[in-house]
Design a protein around this ligand. Structure first.
Ligand code: PRP
Ligand code: URA
Length: 207
């Protein structure tokens, strides 16, 4: 299921990302800020357990996150831009990496790297990537996590095309997708319209 995270701060920051004049420096900063806001929402239902503690004043009970917690998996390159923002909110998360680029002719993902934490089966694994276009990259990344034993997977994308959401929902109906905005469509080159351009190039100043 796909869920749009509605928040005035996210809307404001997304507009900054979309503007073509926004520098790479500001783009990087704002991607991380939106990632942190989305991390808060995506982890809203983490299970907690009651623990007994002592404050400097008196014994009391508090809540702590239960179990092995969270793993974050950026899809390289552009997903890297969201990692720091996520770690601001969930600093103890493990970080895996999946390297993938989209072939410009076929628009199919080509995987060139995968390094995941050993215990993915015991963690909530959150894939981060600013763009969900055709959905090919995210479907392949979810396949890779499942091959490695992950059972609890979520995806966080800043911007999605309806076509991509549909493709991922069909391939992996068990994976919840969180997005900041859904745009109109893809163009003939597989770019989201109106979108924000090439997220990797804008983050890292390449072209
Ligand atoms: C972008 C983006 C996604 C992918 C989305 O990566 O970061 O990973 O495209 O497209 P899809 O939904 O059609 O698969 P890109 O291939 O440009 O690689 P990069 O991050 O290295 O620039
Ligand atoms: N990848 C991007 O970086 N931008 C798009 O619009 C589509 C795929």
């Amino acid at each position: 299921m796909a869920q749009i995270i509605n928040h005035p701060l996210i809307d404001h920051k997304m507009t900054i990302l979309r503007k073509k004049e926004t520098s790479s420096m500001e783009f990087r900063q704002v991607v991380n800020e939106i990632a942190a806001l989305m991390a808060y929402e995506v982890t809203r239902d983490l299970e907690t357990e009651e623990v007994s503690i002592e404050t400097p004043i008196a014994p009391t009970k508090g809540k702590m996150i239960l179990g092995k917690k969270v793993g974050i998996v950026p899809i390289l390159r552009a997903g890297l831009g969201m990692v720091e923002g996520f770690l601001t909110i969930v600093p103890s998360a493990r970080v895996g990496h999946i390297g993938m680029y989209r072939d410009p002719e076929t628009l199919k993902p080509v995987t060139y790297y995968s390094k995941l934490p050993k215990d993915v089966s015991q963690r909530l694994m959150i894939i981060v990537d600013p763009m969900l276009a055709t959905g090919g990259s995210l479907i392949e990344a979810i396949d890779e996590l499942k091959r490695n034993g992950a059972t609890q997977i979520r995806a966080v994308n800043l911007l999605a095309a309806p076509e991509g959401i549909k493709a991922v929902e069909e391939a992996h109906p068990d994976v919840d997708i969180y997005v900041a905005a859904v745009d109109e469509r893809l163009n003939e080159h597989g770019y989201i319209v109106p979108g924000l351009g090439d997220a990797g190039d804008r983050l890292f100043g390449t072209k």
